[in-house]
Design a protein around this ligand. Structure first.
Ligand SMILES: [Zn+2]
Length: 300
């Protein structure tokens, strides 16, 4: 059985230039009844105020890669986000035995990923929540990236249960767009409603399986020996997140116009295609595989 969730944290601005989550937190701080439910407490946090003040993704490091247990315990890591991660470990954690049960972290992407529900654990509660949101928002994409909670470096891994990352796009960095804001708002409401229903023992009719995508790997942009990129995402692939990429399909196009095809031998699916934030590491996209996500019985 899933034991009940008592403390939920909603976080926004983990990436300081993703304003949707920041302004939803501001909104809920002034309208707390929207996130209030009877069976658990909800707390609201600006995850990275320093980066948010400068409308930058991060000051020193990507905050959403700083939460694995070893790094949180490493006194040598003193960058802005490394210190912020340690503060959040005190506020929400400690990671080994967190005070907060569940974290919903709000993000946006410049890629054409629509509503993506990203989760890292094959746990009936999280899979059930993802299914529930997809039932209410059928256009949502289920994005599964398995990882062990203590090793996981995402903020969502700071709860007692591995949490939920809501990723909505496309939107440029540093912008608000009402459609994206409203979509994110709706998804968070469904997530909270789901916890409320499971806490109060309500039976929720959910399918046993739903189609989703499982992360395989990040694909670098072609670069020269100096580390300069020499090609960009191919126009046929641009905005085609969650579409099939078959062997031989165009992946990149060089500065002089030469197509670089996908040379793998299995069909994959793209996500985070031409994500602006990934240019700091010359990443062009992520490869995903299409999978059936299975909801195990709660009482197993
Ligand atoms: Zn983000």
């Amino acid at each position: 059985m899933i034991d009940s969730i008592k403390h939920v944290a909603i976080t926004g601005g983990t990436h300081g230039n993703e304003l949707t989550g920041v302004y939803l937190i501001k909104h809920w701080l002034s309208s707390p009844n929207e996130v209030k439910r009877d069976s658990f407490s909800t707390e609201l946090h600006f995850a990275n105020p320093a980066a948010n003040k400068e409308v930058r993704r991060y000051i020193d490091q990507d905050l959403n890669r700083q939460f694995n247990l070893q790094d949180l315990k490493n006194p040598e890591l003193k960058g802005c986000e490394q210190q912020r991660a340690k503060s959040l470990n005190e506020i929400l954690g400690p990671k080994e035995d967190p005070r907060v049960d569940f974290i919903i972290d709000m993000h946006t992407t410049t890629a054409n990923m629509g509503m993506s529900i990203i989760f890292n654990a094959n746990d009936p509660l999280i899979i059930g929540m993802a299914f529930y949101i997809k039932q209410k928002m059928p256009h949502a994409n289920l994005f599964y990236e398995p990882s062990d909670r203590l090793q996981d470096n995402f903020l969502t891994s700071m709860g007692r249960l591995s949490g939920l990352l809501i990723e909505v796009g496309p939107i440029a960095q540093g912008l608000l767009n009402h459609e994206i804001y409203s979509e994110t708002h709706t998804a968070v409401m469904h997530a909270l409603d789901y916890i409320e229903k499971t806490n109060s023992g309500q039976t929720i009719a959910l399918p046993k399986q739903m189609a989703g995508y499982q992360f395989i790997e990040k694909i670098p942009l072609p670069e020269n020996t100096e580390g300069d990129i020499t090609a960009m995402v191919h126009p046929n692939l641009q905005n085609k997140d969650y579409h099939a990429i078959k062997p031989g399909d165009p992946l990149f196009i060089t500065l002089s116009g030469e197509t670089i095809p996908y040379e793998g031998d299995t069909t994959v699916y793209g996500a985070f295609i031409n994500e602006a934030a990934y240019y700091d590491q010359n990443i062009g996209l992520s490869f995903m595989e299409k999978v059936d996500i299975i909801l195990a019985d709660n009482d197993q």
